[in-house]
Structure formats: C-alpha cells, structure tokens
Design a protein around this ligand. Structure first.
Ligand code: HEM
Length: 156
C-alpha cells in the first residue's frame, strides 16, 4: 500500500487531487477578513475595518490562468516529463499570512487516502447515470460539499 514517503512517486495521483481541489473549490470565498488599517489592492483604496472576501472560486476558474477551467484535466499540473508543476494560481488553501493552517496535513493525507483507495478499488458511476458536479452550500456561503451520489466500487 502507498505510504507518505511514496508521494514523490505519485505525480499523476497528486495532480488528480490538485485538480479535484481546484474544480471542487471546498472554500469558494475562504474565510472573510477585515482590514486593520487603510490600504490599497490592485489600485483600489480599501479603508480600515472593511470586510474583505477573497473569491477563490474566481481565482481557480480564471480562464486567463486555466485553459478550459470547467474541465477536469489533472495533466495541467504536470510538465512534459510527467513531473509535478507548481502553479501560483492554485490557491485552494488561500494564501498569505492567514493561509490554511492545515495545508501541510491535508495535502499528504488526501494523497494517501486517494492512492490507497485507487490501489484497492476501481470506482465508477452506476450504468446509465451521468456525472453531476453540483454541490450544496454549507455554513452560509463558505463551504461547498458534493450532493449525495451513487458510485460502484469493485475490488481490484
Ligand atoms: C482539503 C482540505 C482543506 C482546504 C481546501 C482548506 C482550505 C482553507 C481555506 C481556504 C482557509 C481560509 C484561509 C483564508 O481565509 O485566507 C482555511 C483556513 C484554515 N484552515 Fe483549512 N483547509 C483544509 C483542511 C484543513 C485541515 C485538515 C485543518 C486542520 C488540521 C485546517 C485548519 C485551518 C485553520 C486553523 C484555518 C484558519 C487559519 C487562520 O485564519 O489563520 N484546514 N482553510
């Protein structure tokens, strides 16, 4: 079974996880923050005590950064030799001083769970059903989770 130390040998599986986090956008507006002083971003003046919401969904679906952003294409994270590429516009854990504290735990853990599941099982949709990427919104607007769906799991 794959172990944490194997992660450098699993670039495609890692790319699948990255693309899932990009397309799925668990936290589309991250956590709202407040400016502590008058400041400016991108030429816009923002006064002290303004609530600032980062539109993660827009960053992760920006057609100027992502070719065909609505398509699931893990290979966008791989270079010509199949190695993982670092893309600055991939920000599902947000960025800056208040970046997700759990990123370094969540990333290897997700890879391990996905790699172990795919090693043991083949997962597909039930015959005659189509992939439904719609989601439900939890905790007001902050978190997206998939709606319930059925899958078929076969032991490999
Ligand atoms: C797929 C998994 C996860 C995703 C996509 C995710 C994403 C995020 C995002 C977008 C933020 C908001 C950052 C901001 O507002 O700028 C956040 C904050 C945070 N996350 Fe995660 N997270 C994940 C898993 C975890 C885990 C496993 C932990 C704990 C072990 C964790 C702990 C935190 C904490 C403590 C914050 C608040 C950080 C702060 O305000 O300084 N997260 N996360």
């Amino acid at each position: 079974m794959p172990e944490t130390g194997d992660r450098h040998k699993l670039p495609y599986t890692q790319a699948v996880v990255y693309e899932t986090l990009r397309l799925g956008v668990v936290a589309p507006t991250a956590i709202p923050h407040k400016t502590l002083c008058d400041t400016s971003v991108g030429g816009y003046d923002i006064p002290k005590d303004t609530m600032v919401i980062v539109n993660q969904w827009a960053i992760l679906h920006d057609p100027d950064k992502w070719d065909q952003p609505e398509h699931f294409r893990p290979r966008r994270f791989l270079d010509g030799e199949g190695n993982l590429k670092k893309l600055d516009c991939w920000t599902p854990f947000s960025a800056g001083r208040r970046v997700c504290l759990g990123e370094s735990v969540a990333k290897p853990e997700l890879l391990l769970v996905v790699a172990c599941l795919l090693k043991r099982f083949t997962i597909s949709l039930p015959e005659g059903t189509a992939y439904d990427p719609s989601y439900k919104v939890e905790f007001a607007m902050n978190f997206h989770t998939p709606k319930p769906y059925k899958i078929v799991v076969h032991k490999r």
